[in-house]
Design a protein around this ligand. Sequence first.
Ligand code: AMP
Length: 513
Amino acid sequence: MNIANWLNDAGRRWPERPALFEGQRQVADYGTFAARVRERAAYLLDEHGIAPGARVALFMRNRCEYLELLYAVWWVGAVVVPINCKLHPVEAGWIVDDAQARLIFTDGGQVFLPVALPQGCRELDGGDRTLRSSLDSTTLANPCPRHCDDLAWLFYTSGTTGRPKGVMLSHGNLTAMSLCYPLDVDPVSPDDAVVYAAPMSHGAGLYNFIHVRRGARHVVPESGGFKADELFELARGLGNVTLFAAPTMVKRMVEQARRQGYGGEGIKTIVYGGAPMYLADLQDAVETFGARLVQIYGQGESPMTISALSRELIADRNRPGWASLAASVGRAHSCVEIRILDPEHRPLPPGQPGEIAVRGATVMQGYWRNEAATRQTLVDGWLLTGDIGVLDHAGYLTLTDRSKDVIISGGSNVYPREVEEVLAQHPDVFEVCVVGEPDVQWGESVVAFVVPRDAVALDASLLNAWFIERMASFKKPKKYVFRTELPKNSYGKILKTDLRLWLEEEANVTAVP
Ligand code: AMP
């Protein structure tokens, strides 16, 4: 099934229902949305010969035209390659080359003037609706038939380590992911408004499908991205707003809401995930926004769909054992199974940490033109996530860390996440990130990068005193580095690789006599 059938259906059933919004201003109903997509599809086919299976890249900021182009590409049976608009054109060019994309749509159509695009790829202005063909778009009344295994979305991993890899997601993967959403995350109604505050090239964009299926509203903030006060204004104006936000975004929303005395009016649901949410931050968010938070855990290879933690549980702070459940990432989504594996890939019983493996209808088809990486990651039908976690007897999954982030100090495993949790609870700590540093005596030692709240003067002895009251001293950071901010990628994830690199450079400088 072609996922574009959902838009075709919505356009016919509810042509007058509001569909696309720039800020609070409606720019298309479902009839117009579908008609524009047909026109763009005709252009792709007629002017550029975009055939089923061809790749078309989108390197654009969040805007309504993004959705039109996504669906136009699928309408002709081709494959979208959404590229994070904050990447450098050189990085985007690398992705275009790897994906062998025929076209790349950008904002303005001239992003690649100073940088050579790979041969065979043309740049076009994604906002230009005058790009039309003489082909009568009604000849493309329906989307090109596609099989559920056919490729739909080539998703380049965020590349916090090494070169990004192209995750192959099929129409079937996207359908399964979308159907899980109302079952496991949040029911969707036609009155809802999904706001794209995080990049549409990533998870936020993937939430469009179920909202198209239900004929709900799609809203791109006028700023094109995330500004907490703009978001609150939109929520008040539009009502029933749902958004996906990385934990760092939720934290900024909490800070801003407290400054403004805003309590979440107009927001229906904040889906958070993509990186750890520390318990201290979650408590603040629940105090500020009440029962509006739902957590998801996923990765590009099983997009947005491995586990979910329900709104009811997150909000029920008096529930026995709340703290440990709220620190988990919830239970498996309906279309996947989760296992914890030992280093030989044997399943482990509940309570024992190991690598999280996932099997089910959302798991990718493999990595694009990278069989070696596919073989390493898809083993016996299971996706090896590279995350370390533990399942309890009730099926709740708790992440301890990425396997490569575990610190082995004096032969003991230290999971940065648990050290971060303890430090994040300190009232004067705004943000924290823990990494390992090579250590001649211990193999590795624990280093904490700390951003103090409101530029308060914090020192190592204060934090050590806090730490040893709460956690085994062998996990105590050997070093604290105080910063005014931490490096993040454009999805709001803290870049541990940058912090490790900084430590390496620092060590080299101090080693010079
Ligand atoms: P990406 O493929 O770029 O979306 O990154 C996926 C990775 O982000 C996962 O493998 C996890 O390491 C991390 N991640 C995703 N969701 C969560 C979550 N809810 N809590 C903690 N880490 C998460």
